[in-house]
Write a protein that binds this ligand. Structure first.
Ligand SMILES: [Fe+2]
Ligand SMILES: [Fe+2]
Length: 288
């Protein structure tokens, strides 16, 4: 294997597909032993508003990947896409298993429908995951350190968070591989499609964030609120950047990494005031 990887080459495809396949950890959500939690932690978990959406999104993601995998002529790409689909489905089942284990009721989900345009559906999904995972990595780290979730539960979710790091690594390489193999005249269109998917992902997250903020204002129990006042925005972004780099570091350095969101976060860190006395954004250092 050479030191220089040509994006779009068979070597590139083998590397990003094999990286996903070879780092897959087989486990069954039914075998997870859910740690005992106290009533306060249970209330906190039950009060988080996103469980039904999270379960539905994971099952929809599985359908999208199944549909795209079924369209592949290349058996390795088909295998890797199908594997990610199974991991997404497993995420949905893990959330369901956790809610059942702690006696938290959720609305039954409408059955997921296969997408009409599987490639477009995966492009939107992939950019959405790049955006969500970057912030989720930092949030998961800070929530663990702050004791927002019991450590035993953080341990259960650790491999799931790392699976998302594998997914965004795979997606970034897949999209570059696909683009490099399109006829030259189609690449600009593909770039525009990617930019549209990215913009849609960011926009939908902003809308969800604003809606959650409005819904939570004055309604959510205090336990459900992540203690953001303990972290400055700069401290939060620094944690996201550090965790993003750490989680993507185990994989071959020649593979592409998502760049846009980390670059924007780095630029924002440079513009924000330095963190408070703790130096990590803690101790009530949130800027006004
Ligand atoms: Fe997932
Ligand atoms: Fe994922």
């Amino acid at each position: 294997m050479s030191d220089r990887l040509v994006i779009g080459s068979d070597e590139h495809k083998n590397l990003f597909c094999r990286t996903l396949i070879d780092t897959h950890i087989p486990y069954d959500p039914g075998d997870i032993v859910w740690p005992a939690i106290d009533a306060r932690d249970r209330t906190r978990i039950a009060a988080l508003p996103f469980w039904p959406d999270a379960m539905r999104d994971e099952i929809n993601a599985m359908r999208k990947l199944e549909a795209l995998a079924a369209r592949q002529h290349d058996p390795l790409l088909a295998e890797a896409l199908a594997l990610q689909g199974r991991e997404e489905g497993r995420h949905g089942r893990i959330i369901g298993a956790m809610l059942r284990a702690y006696g938290i009721a959720v609305e039954p989900m409408a059955p997921a429908i296969a997408p009409r345009d599987a490639e477009w559906a995966y492009i939107k999904l992939g950019y959405g995951e790049c955006f969500d995972s970057f912030f989720a990595f930092g949030m998961f780290h800070l929530a663990g350190n702050a004791g927002f979730f019991p450590p035993a539960l953080v341990e259960v979710f650790e491999p799931i968070v790392q699976e998302e790091a594998r997914h965004i690594l795979f997606f970034q390489n897949w999209i570059s591989y696909v683009r490099a193999n399109r006829p030259a005249g189609h690449r600009a269109v593909h770039r525009l499609t990617s930019a549209r998917a990215l913009a849609l992902s960011v926009w939908s997250r902003m809308r969800i964030g604003l809606a959650l903020k409005r819904a939570n204002r004055g309604h959510a129990p205090a336990e459900a609120n992540f203690p953001v006042e303990r972290f400055s925005l700069r401290g939060f972004l620094e944690a996201c950047l550090a965790e993003n780099a750490r989680r993507l570091s185990p994989y071959d350095a020649r593979l592409l990494r998502p760049r846009l969101i980390p670059a924007l976060a780095t630029a924002a860190v440079g513009l924000l005031p330095a963190s408070g006395p703790g130096g990590t954004g803690e101790i009530g250092a949130r800027p006004a």
